[in-house]
Design a protein around this ligand. Structure first.
Ligand code: ZN
Length: 408
């Protein structure tokens, strides 16, 4: 079993933390911003210094290949280098660094793979500057159209297409990932939750990404004067929405232990001190790996009364996503390697979305998670220790070596 070089890993983590560094030790590296471009240029310099064959596709995705001995399919690994506003030093970028470290370790140990090994950087995973998230892996896999996505504007009115054209990272369509040329895609990522740490496990063997439903609830009442309308005459949409929200919270709490659900967005109309609210809308995001549990959530929603407190209730399903299951042989390969390395581990599902979930539709895919301190992510205090990062990379690296030996 090979181990990655801890000090070179430490250098890379701190080098990348400079691109978009914030006051409190995090990063703001929005897609195709100067900071993102600086991080990308650093990756390109690395690839050139290692004589990798580097290509960029029409979406700005970078693919840098270390040639194998038999020119067969490529094993791909990577993640994203954009971040949220005031994000941390590990989300996404650790997956990019882990592919770089894999290349460094293979070269330093004179290990020649039969397959090509390709580092990938996906453009605009976070979707903060240009929504939606996982934009370019989504275009490649047919989730979104390029036409629509290139028209998405940031807050200044610059479109994704314009930002890409202005950068040095608009390449050729022909350079896109070709499923038939790819043997596997492996993505290392921080867990972004507290489970591994709570169980004192260093490695998460990721079996898939949980399914979810997304709803809007609309409550319609009657606007009236706040001073002249006695309480018993009111049709207060906000009070009714509050009751409904708590009623749903209680009902969902009685379902599976590991069901997670969030009422994250709410608006009230007319949102004035002196007017009884007549219209309230709030959102629901519910996630679980088992379709039956998601169905129970849907059943509860479908059995809601049409009126509460004389207010009309409407539930609108915005979208739903089935659980994505990663490639079982790859999941088992990661598990075997982790056991051989004697690293504490557990199997789990990702609650967050990742490029890997789209790529899994066209290439055999899996992910490796490393712990997030106190479960924090998408914030400046996001942290994974050097040794935990290194163990994750050891697993990635040795999984690459293991699957390299398996015939296509
Ligand atoms: Zn990420």
């Amino acid at each position: 079993m090979l181990n990655c070089n801890r000090s070179s890993l430490n250098d890379k983590i701190s080098q990348f933390s400079a691109f978009g560094a914030t006051k409190n030790g995090g990063v703001t590296r929005l897609t195709l911003s100067d900071e993102d471009i600086a991080a990308r240029d650093f990756i390109i310099d690395f690839c050139q210094s290692k004589d990798l064959i580097t290509r960029v596709d029409d979406l700005g995705n970078i693919y840098a290949t270390l040639k194998g001995t038999d020119g067969s399919k490529a094993i791909l690994s990577g993640s994203h280098c954009d971040s949220v506003i005031n994000g941390g030093n590990y989300d996404g970028i650790l997956g990019v660094i882990s592919a770089m470290e894999t290349i460094d370790t293979l070269l330093a140990n004179h290990v020649q793979l039969a397959h090509d090994f390709t580092l990938v950087v996906w453009t605009n995973e976070e979707g903060v500057r240009f929504p939606p998230a996982m934009m370019s892996s989504g275009i490649i896999t047919g989730e979104f159209t390029k036409e629509t996505m290139f028209k998405v504007e940031d807050r200044e009115g610059i479109t994704f297409g314009e930002a890409l054209a202005e950068s040095s990272f608009q390449g050729e369509f022909e350079n896109r990932l070709v499923p038939n040329d790819a043997k596997a895609y492996l993505e290392l990522h921080i867990e972004q939750g507290p489970i591994l740490e709570a169980n004192q496990n260093d490695i998460g063997i990721v079996e898939g990404v949980v399914g979810m439903v997304n709803y809007d609830f609309i409550v319609r009442g009657q606007a009236d004067h706040a001073g002249t309308t006695p309480m018993r005459y009111r049709q207060d949409a906000l009070v009714t929405a509050a009751k409904l929200l708590l009623q749903l919270h209680e009902a969902f709490s009685g379902l599976a232990d590991d069901l997670v659900f969030t009422f994250g967005e709410i608006s009230a109309h007319p949102n004035l001190h002196t007017v009884i609210p007549d219209y309230v809308k709030f959102s629901l995001d519910a996630r679980h790996k088992d379709a039956e549990v998601i169905q129970q959530v849907v059943d509860i929603i479908n059995h809601l009364p049409q009126t509460i407190n004389q207010c009309q209730i409407e539930a609108i399903e915005n979208w739903a996503r089935n659980t994505v299951y990663f490639n079982p042989s790859l999941v088992n390969a990661v598990s075997d390697v982790t056991k051989d390395l004697n690293y504490s581990n557990q199997r789990l599902y990702s609650g967050a979305g990742h490029d890997a979930q789209y790529i899994s539709k066209i290439v055999p895919t899996t992910m490796i998670f490393v712990p997030s301190k106190d479960g924090h992510s998408h914030c400046e205090i996001e942290y994974t220790s050097l040794e935990q990062c290194a163990k994750g990379i050891d697993v990635l690296l040795n999984t690459v070596i293991l699957i390299d030996k398996i015939a296509d």
